[in-house]
Write a protein that binds this ligand. Structure first.
Ligand SMILES: [Cu+2]
Length: 223
């Protein structure tokens, strides 16, 4: 290699390295854009269609409750602590909502359908507030609705008999709007007063949105 070649070689090597950096930056930027597009195209959804059994033994679906706000909580009647505490807070929510509670349906979906029959559930939810509806279903129906809400559950044997088991389960309370869309979730230890305040705000926001939509439609009609 001549001296001239060496002098020429160094800058061109630097240039190549610089180009490589630019390429890496462009590739990283493209990856970021692609990733955000993928996220936008596949938003995480909570809720969805379900078919379950009401306390009177009849089938109910998500459509049954369309037009009402929903507070959805998954649990089971043998639960030693989380479920009773949460249902107490949901009962408080209904009490604090006053007449606004008429727009809301609180639903307790069992993740232990083997033990939680419709009548067991009715007696249980009724002991907190008669307005809370306990829903059960087949194993497959419960698995489907829990999956739709992203609610985890699993049985743990804690004794020799078949029904010696406890259930681990997710503890979010889900607020759904009258169109069946997810609005927000509350941790199970959220106080009923706080939940009631949030529900009332969501109802108000929704009303304002509806008025806005209507005025928009009217403007559209007069033009
Ligand atoms: Cu529980």
């Amino acid at each position: 290699m001549s001296r001239r070649d060496v002098i020429g070689y160094v800058p061109s090597f630097r240039l190549q390295r610089f180009r490589l950096h630019i390429l890496c930056l462009v590739a990283a930027a493209m990856w970021l854009v692609a990733a955000s597009v993928t996220r936008a195209a596949a938003p995480v959804t909570v809720g969805g269609p379900f078919t379950l059994t009401a306390p009177n033994g009849t089938a109910v679906t998500d459509q049954t409750y369309r037009g009402r706000w929903l507070l959805v909580f998954f649990g089971y009647t043998f639960c030693p602590n989380t479920c009773p505490t949460t249902l107490l807070e949901i009962a408080t929510t209904l009490e604090k909502l006053g007449s606004d509670a008429e727009q809301l349906q609180a639903i307790f979906i069992t993740i232990d359908p083997a033990r939680d029959t419709p009548s067991v559930l009715a007696a249980y939810t009724g002991s907190f507030d008669s307005r809370i509806v306990g829903l059960t279903g087949t194993d497959a129906q419960i698995a489907d609705v829990a999956k739709a809400y992203g609610a985890y559950y699993a049985a743990h044997q804690n004794g020799p008999r078949a029904d010696d088991y406890v259930m681990d389960h997710g503890t979010y309370i889900y607020l759904m709007n009258p169109q069946g869309n997810f609005v927000r979730a509350f941790d199970a230890d959220t106080g009923g007063e706080h939940i009631a305040k949030s529900v009332r705000e969501a109802i108000k926001r929704d009303r304002r949105g509806a008025v806005h939509d209507r005025s928009g439609a009217m403007r559209g009609g007069t033009l």
